[in-house]
Design a protein around this ligand. Structure first.
Ligand code: UD1
Ligand code: UDP
Length: 353
């Protein structure tokens, strides 16, 4: 049996790991362990996904928790090394662009363990984003690069990495799983905008975050806001904001994966700075407004399906009124990414035996 260790730690990584765990099990050739770094630890940012997506219990949880980039990443690096030495995996799998990903990639590469990077080749070309640093470094230390789009494959080629595989987007695999479970059948009135925000450039400036909230509060329809703990902590503990003052906004705690999809499915439009949610809106044919100056998921901008708003936050209403669509099928693959990734890893190991 081939031994694979996945390193996960942040909300979107639990979601991306779920289809791959299934595909690994279905291959009958893989013993799979996951290690949880503990980057996200609230029940509704971590445990809920293990419960509802049936993720296997992590071999270990490093419980690294929150901290500065250096403290958090260093804690992971120190915690992961003895685990990799003990388990001696054939491949370490990392997902996306978080501190958990760069920490695991760095430790594995230094131990000469091949790294497989899911979501390789994405670029915002904005080096102020911690994720941009994480993803560039992880791509360049990985042996196996699974890119979600042809554009990501081309970007890697430009950077001298010629062997990336276009596996499609693994988040579409999860959408297909939700479809099969009947989660996407509800059809409720689209009378609210759904909102998630957590990027430092939107949350870490009090004036910017409050100006976004004021704009949302003034919209002529209701807003439901799933509050990421980063945003909640800043609003309540740093900026001393009483959320009740925003009467048009219903703040809800972070939702489980399926509940979140239901909110997305039933809304008029999504307003977000999340990477994963931009794609999920596209998969579900929902208009998306992204509060950022650029996006890695440029394909979602096709036919005005996803619009960027950065300086003029008050333009949200204007953008919501503009026509959009049609949504194009297939730009993120066919929802069978996990199988392609599994075959890619097994094929690589067979060739290097
Ligand atoms: C991290 C990732 C980001 C990803 C996001 C997904 C990095 C650099 N950032 O951002 O790429 O889009 O996860 O959600 O890896 N907190 C809690 N409880 C938790 C988790 C976080 O209270 O369970 C609060 C803490 O105040 C913490 C803050 O959120 O300091 C930020 O958490 P952190 O994991 O450092 O970054 P995210 O903003 O969540
Ligand atoms: N998500 C969730 N509950 C929520 C908000 C988001 O389950 O209340 C899911 C969402 O469906 C997507 C993922 O979390 O799959 C995106 O994670 P996040 O926005 O935290 O990070 P990003 O994708 O920006 O890295």
């Amino acid at each position: 049996m081939v031994k694979i260790v996945s390193v996960i730690g942040a909300r979107p990584q639990f979601i991306k790991a779920a289809p791959l765990e299934l595909a690994f099990a279905q291959s009958g050739k893989i013993t799979h362990y996951s290690v949880h770094t503990g980057q996200h630890y609230n029940d509704n940012m971590s445990k809920i996904f293990f419960d509802e997506l049936g993720l296997q219990k992590p071999y270990k949880n490093l419980n690294v928790g929150s901290g500065s980039h250096a403290v958090q990443t260093a804690g992971m690096v120190v915690g992961l090394e003895p685990i990799f030495l003990e388990l001696q995996p054939d491949v370490v799998v990392v997902y996306g662009d978080t501190n958990s990903t760069i920490a695991a990639g760095l430790v594995a590469a230094k131990l000469n363990i091949p790294v497989a990077h899911i979501e390789a080749g994405l670029r915002s070309f904005n080096r102020e984003m911690p994720e941009e640093i994480n993803r560039i470094l992880t791509d360049h230390l990985s042996t196996l690069l699974f890119a979600p789009t042809q554009a990501a494959v081309a970007q890697l080629a430009k950077e001298g990495i010629q062997h990336a595989i276009n596996s499609g987007d693994i988040m579409l695999d999860m959408i297909r799983i939700a479809e099969r479970k009947g989660i996407l059948e509800s059809n409720v009135a689209e009378d609210y905008c759904y909102v998630t925000l957590h990027r430092p450039y939107n949350t870490d400036s009090e004036s910017r975050l409050l100006s976004i909230l004021q704009t949302l509060n003034a919209l002529p329809f209701k807003v439901v806001f799933s509050l990421h703990p980063r945003t909640e902590n800043l609003l309540k503990n740093e900026y001393g904001v009483d959320l009740k003052n925003y009467v048009n906004i219903e703040f809800i705690e972070p939702q489980g994966y399926f509940e979140n999809l239901k909110y997305l499915l039933s809304c008029k439009a999504l307003i977000t700075d999340s990477g994963g949610m931009q794609k999920e809106a596209y998969f579900l044919n929902k208009k998306c407004i992204t509060i950022r100056s650029e996006t890695e998921w440029t394909e979602t901008q096709t036919n005005n399906c996803n619009t960027l708003i950065w300086e003029n936050i008050q333009d949200i209403q204007l953008e919501l009124d503009k026509p959009f669509g049609p949504f194009i099928e297939g730009i993120y693959g066919d929802g069978k990414s996990a199988k392609l990734i599994t075959q890619g890893i097994l094929g690589y190991l067979t060739n290097t035996e």
